[in-house]
Design a protein around this ligand. Structure first.
Ligand code: ADP
Ligand code: MG
Length: 329
């Protein structure tokens, strides 16, 4: 089991009885564009003391994670680290924890998940900062292929050494981390929802006092759901081949098979339900790249529930997935 890194929020998914409720309170909801997606945070009881301040702090985490982990920003901590080859570089606790976690997923997935794919992504046209349109780090591939084993962590010094030229990319975990840090701020509000471009954390219950309902998008029909889940105090994250298409050479989607540097073809989408969004986010990407059989085995080994949709639109789910599934039952 991959544990969230040190300092990450631990969200306990304890079942709870529905408490008696006052008539539905007015919710408080805010939306912002962050991390190249639309982020919406909703607190069910908008009149709760400090709800607005908690939401403000929650958005602050998205800004913080983006500032540290954005591969497209020459000033981000991640980009600056990527420029230092063979030099032990002390990094912030946040960056250390997310790299530690990402390397754990890379090992658990036998390298299908790899946080060193920045050059491959840039070469395929994923090379522009969405905020400025400017090109990020050069797409030039260094000589000799690097992979996640070329990233060494020194826990005592909280330092990172890159043993070959490589470009770190945390696109498959950073959003999950930001969601978890935001959720920690919102725990006092108890009932809340965070939606970052379809990656979700649902705290407590909805305005009707019931578990939150989450639609899983049909990978080939944007307006159709292929399942409806009921969850509370859990994250639900999806990786799909429909999410982002490259404007660059060859086109294709944004989930690469590290063995080939090309878009992985084994799945159309993967949805994971897990206690933390960072875990759900990363494992959805990893299972996507592994494809149905190996992907499903990874999800089961990691003790999370998931649904894998194949390119032929067959569905494979872990045994635990049915527990959350309201429709189709
Ligand atoms: P989204 O960001 O659309 O929600 P994901 O969470 O699945 O989708 O993350 C996709 C991102 O993960 C890509 O944009 C890229 O930054 C990164 N990525 C792509 N392929 C891999 C891989 N094999 N291992 C780790 N990260 C990857
Ligand atoms: Mg992901």
């Amino acid at each position: 089991m991959i544990a969230p890194g040190p300092g990450e929020p631990t969200v306990v998914a304890a079942p709870r009885a529905a408490p008696p409720r006052e008539p539905a309170a007015m919710g408080y909801r805010r939306t912002a564009v962050l991390m190249d997606t639309l982020v919406t945070i909703e607190v069910v009881d908008g009149a709760a003391p400090d709800a607005a301040a908690a939401v403000e702090r929650a958005f602050g985490w998205f800004c913080e994670v983006e500032a540290r982990c954005n591969r497209f920003d020459p000033l981000s901590e991640l980009t600056q680290l990527s420029a230092r080859i063979d030099v032990p570089t002390p990094v912030s606790p946040l960056l250390y924890a997310v790299l530690d976690f990402a390397l754990g997923v890379a090992r658990a997935s036998d390298g299908a998940f790899d946080p060193t794919l920045g050059y491959d992504l840039a070469r395929r046209g994923f090379d522009r900062d969405y905020r400025t349109g400017r090109r990020g780090t050069a797409a030039g591939a260094p000589v000799g292929r690097a992979d996640y084993r070329d990233v060494r962590l020194d826990p005592a010094r909280q330092a990172v050494t890159l043993r070959r030229p490589l470009l770190l990319d945390l696109g498959a975990v950073a959003k999950g981390l930001a969601i978890d840090l935001a959720a920690r701020e919102l725990l006092p509000c108890r009932d809340f929802a965070i939606d970052a471009g379809g990656d979700l954390y649902l705290g407590g219950r909805n305005a009707a006092g019931e578990p939150w309902r989450v639609g899983v998008r049909h990978p080939r029909r944007a307006d159709a759901a292929l399942a409806v889940l009921r969850v509370g105090d859990l994250a639900v994250c999806t990786s799909g081949d429909y999410e982002r298409r490259s404007p660059g050479p060859g086109g294709g989607h944004h989930l690469l098979d590290p063995r080939t540097g090309r878009p992985a073809a084994g799945a159309a989408s993967v949805t994971v339900v897990a206690p933390t969004a960072m875990l759900a986010d990363a494992l959805a990407t990893a299972a996507f790249v592994l494809g149905p059989e190996r992907g499903l085995r990874l999800l089961e080994r990691q003790g999370v529930a998931g649904l894998i949709v194949t390119p032929e639109l067959d569905y494979l789910a872990t045994p635990g997935f049915a527990e959350y599934q309201q429709w189709p039952s």
